[in-house]
Design a protein around this ligand. Structure first.
Ligand code: G6P
Length: 606
């Protein structure tokens, strides 16, 4: 999730663009860059502050494009920072998304003599426009023709030195909004950098391009037809705009679930071969084929993702797995060798305990691998190999979309390691097809959020909550409880449903509700009897159950239905309603959901 911003008008463009990038910083902070036609491209690794130092404040230019990067293809280096340019340094592009056919386009362009300067997919676009310009087209037609050749997702802005007042924007799967001012116009990923200048905006739809000049704008279908759409006035504050109109980042991030799964899977499912393509593991793939044991380390939510991974990897890849809290692992004397893979799961890639566990594993000769969201973070750099989540920055302290992505990545890893071993074609085929169906299934749950909100309101006075689950949903019981306690400060406990009789059942009475994660899987019957035991003690029960299961209604009327998938992927569908439940409950209690008391997003100290 990168951010783009473009300006053409009468203000000083450098200052306007830098200021806008600061409002977009929540979208990425790996690198920042700007193109000013009179001056050229200026780029810097890290946050906007680093770029600011490189741009003189007295510089008089009146148009330009700017970008904040959250790295996907290529490391967060200056060479890979946007804007990207063509061979002549006349055409510059900023892009949020992925051009899927970039490799073939790059080969074609190189054969025509184009020279590339970065490892990014985006640079292809600048050279495509250059190619079209050299065929005699004007800038607008050249940009349209170039857009017609790329496949993938993009929110984009393109500028050429030949017509410095003109900026072309385009949208396919990544948001683009125009800001329409008095003698000035803007293009951005969301309205937050625009609102200071104008409240009149116009959202592009997929397959549309816009051409802005200081005193005019036009919108077209990529095919060429003109689009007539009325602009709208927005009354959002810049902060509301960053949250995409949602009240909190946490809700926005939960709502991003389908997109996040698509981004984690993008380009990685090989339907024909029944395999996962994980470029980050290529360098160690022969060693991975020989490992005899996996130890997963993580903290908080990442640890619970690891527990789901244990079930997946043992069942489908046939490799023994242990899961450890980073904080425990580093103080034990773990027995590791070259046939052990030590897998760190971390959204930030900076959690101190997880990092130290990896360092300890390395000292002992294990192969270290990361499932990390933040490209170029310490864990990503220090592990031997890894799988990036591509989930985009997570701002809410309570982790939500990162977990969904971590479990998705673990499924890809299971496929990868399983196929190196005995996983059958049909098993692989089923995992792949079910993975590709997940985004729409998660969307279905999200569409039902009003019902979950009502359920949360009903239980908002509870002082305690128990979460129970079995097998693949055993870790989800703990994660559900963690979400509730961290943002609503309600005492919540996760429990393996089979353990109820060994203690927790003693707490149950009519004031102590239970969240039962009860999809129609191989342990449903067992879980149903656990629910019955709770009901016999007059404990209220909310159940997460599979669509079409009427049997559950004989135990409780408070049911949240979720779609069905294969057992190993069910945790993704079970956890989303629990995230929403915790969110709405904390919200009903009036707490600051994005910044829970006493907690930090990234724990970089012990
Ligand atoms: C903190 C966050 C949690 C997160 C955990 C691990 O406690 O509040 O949401 O799960 O750290 O963070 P990591 O970045 O390593 O996934």
């Amino acid at each position: 999730m990168c951010g783009i911003f473009a300006y053409t008008g009468k203000k000083q463009a450098g200052v306007t663009l830098l200021d806008g990038l600061t409002s977009l910083e929540y979208r990425g902070y790996d690198s920042a860059g700007i193109f000013l036609p009179e001056r050229g491209g200026i780029r810097a690794v890290g946050a906007v502050g680093n770029l600011k130092k490189k741009i003189p404040t007295d510089f008089e230019g009146h148009s330009g494009i700017a970008h904040l990067r959250w790295a996907t293809h290529g490391e967060p280096t200056e060479d890979n920072a946007h804007p990207h340019r063509d061979c002549t340094s006349d055409v510059w592009v900023v892009h949020n998304g992925i051009i899927e056919n970039w490799k073939e386009l790059k080969r074609d362009l190189e054969s025509r003599g184009h020279v590339f300067l970065s490892e990014t997919d985006t640079e292809v676009m600048a050279h495509l426009v250059e190619q079209e310009l050299s065929d005699g087209k004007d800038f607008e037609s050249a940009a349209r023709a170039a857009l017609g050749r790329i496949r993938g997702t993009y929110g984009m802005a393109i500028q050429s030195r030949a017509e410095p007042d003109v900026i072309v924007g385009a949208r396919m799967g990544a948001p683009v909004v125009l800001g329409l001012g008095d003698g000035e116009n803007f293009i951005a990923s969301d309205p937050s950098p625009i609102l200071k200048h104008t409240r009149t905006v116009l959202f592009l739809e997929d397959g549309e391009m816009a051409v802005i000049r200081p005193n005019s704008y036009k919108i077209f279908k990529l095919g060429g037809d003109t689009v007539e759409r009325a602009a709208q006035e927005v009354d959002w504050s810049p902060e509301e705009a960053q949250k995409g109109g949602y009240e909190h980042f946490m809700l926005k991030e939960i709502m991003e679930g389908p997109e996040v799964i698509k981004n984690t899977l993008r380009g990685r499912l090989m339907f024909e071969e029944g395999m996962a393509k994980l470029g980050g593991l290529e360098s160690v793939k022969d060693e991975l084929a020989k490992i005899e044991r996996i130890i997963i380390v993580g903290c908080g939510t990442a640890y619970y993702a690891g527990l789901v991974g244990e079930y997946m990897l043992e069942e489908h890849a046939g490799i023994p797995v242990e899961v450890e809290l980073g904080s425990e692992f580093r103080y034990r004397k773990p027995v590791l060798n070259q046939k052990t893979m030590l897998l760190a799961i971390s959204q930030s890639g900076e959690t101190a305990d997880t990092l130290e566990a990896i360092r300890e594993g390395k000292r002992k000769g294990a192969i270290t691998v990361g499932i990390v969201n933040t490209v170029g973070s310490t864990i990503a750099r220090e592990t031997d190999a890894g799988v990036y989540n591509h989930a985009g920055p997570e701002i809410g302290v309570a982790s939500t979309k990162a977990l969904v992505s971590q479990i998705t990545a673990l499924a890809l890893l299971t496929l990868f390691l399983g196929r190196q071993r005995k996983m059958s074609d049909s098993d692989a085929e089923e995992i792949i097809s079910q993975l590709s169906l997940l985004p729409e299934k998660v969307q279905k749950i999200l569409d039902n959020k009003a019902a979950i909100e009502a359920m949360a309101a009903k239980y908002s006075d509870s002082r305690d909550f128990l979460y129970i689950g079995r097998k693949y949903n055993y870790p989800i019981a703990f994660e559900g409880a963690l979400k509730l306690k961290e943002i609503s400060y309600i005492h919540a406990e996760g429990c393996g449903a089979g353990e109820m009789k060994h203690g927790p059942l003693a707490m149950i009475d009519e004031k102590f509700p239970t969240m039962a994660i009860a999809p129609s899987d191989t342990v449903y019957e067992k879980l149903a009897s656990n629910i019955q035991e709770i009901r016999a003690r007059r404990g209220p029960v909310v159940a997460v159950a599979t669509e079409g299961n009427d049997d559950i209604l004989s135990y409780t009327k408070d049911v949240i239905y979720v779609p069905e998938t294969i057992e190993m992927l069910q945790p993704i569908l079970s956890v989303v309603p629990l995230q929403l439940f915790a969110y709405y409950l904390a919200h009903a209690k009036g707490f600051n959901v994005d910044r829970p008391r006493n907690l930090a997003k990234s724990v970089t100290v012990e």
